[in-house]
Design a protein around this ligand. Structure first.
Ligand code: IMP
Ligand code: MG
Length: 180
């Protein structure tokens, strides 16, 4: 598909929708008394969401350490390859820590299952998960997130960190790409 202009992308969630939801998510996380958190941000798709979420968490009274891991299952297309690869690892030791995994989209569940399993194998004390978007229609692994921003149908979305072939991550809203 050749690139489309941002103005031809249908807005699903506006900047305002996202900002309100992120603040509510932070309050939900804080009200569950997360303790001394290490937030594990799964790159690349969740970096915009995570940047807003960690600041909302601070405003809601939760200070956390932050680290990054890069997991990849998509390549440059719209469908997952099915195999999750760790291409950049954490710096922090997760042993004995309360982990909050932050990711962009829960679709097949393979990426999140891989991340949770990796944290458990490394001896994390507890592992919770916070996802910007849930796409339950295509689940292949039985896994649900503890905190979800928005649930959507079987549609491919971009913006607010989400890409199609490495484009559109900078859009301030989440929108639907026109079908090929
Ligand atoms: P899963 O392993 O199938 O759950 O795939 C989740 C990963 O696929 C997410 O972390 C995203 O990187 C990517 N993904 C799934 N759906 C979309 C989408 O609609 N737009 C952009 N990326 C997506
Ligand atoms: Mg991702």
């Amino acid at each position: 598909m050749s690139p489309v202009t941002p103005s031809s992308i249908d807005i699903l969630f506006s900047e305002g929708d996202i900002s309100r939801r992120v603040n509510t998510l932070a309050q939900e996380i804080v009200s569950d008394e997360p303790g001394d958190l290490l937030i594990v941000i799964i790159l690349k798709g969740s970096f915009v969401f995570a940047a807003d979420l960690i600041r909302a968490l601070e405003r809601a009274g939760a200070s956390a350490q932050v680290d990054f891991v890069t997991l990849s299952s998509y390549g440059a297309g719209r469908t997952s390859s099915g195999t999750v690869t760790l291409t950049h690892d954490l710096v922090e030791d997760v042993k004995g820590r309360s982990i909050l995994i932050v990711d962009d989209v829960l679709e097949s569940g393979r990426t999140l299952a891989f991340a949770c399993q990796t944290m458990c194998e490394r001896g994390a004390d507890s592992v919770k998960t916070c996802l910007l978007l849930d796409k339950p229609a295509n689940r292949k692994v039985a896994i649900e997130a503890d905190y979800v921003g928005f649930s959507i149908g079987d549609e491919f979305v971009v913006g607010y960190g989400l890409d199609y072939a490495h484009r559109y991550r900078g859009l301030p809203f989440i929108g639907k790409l026109p079908v090929d």
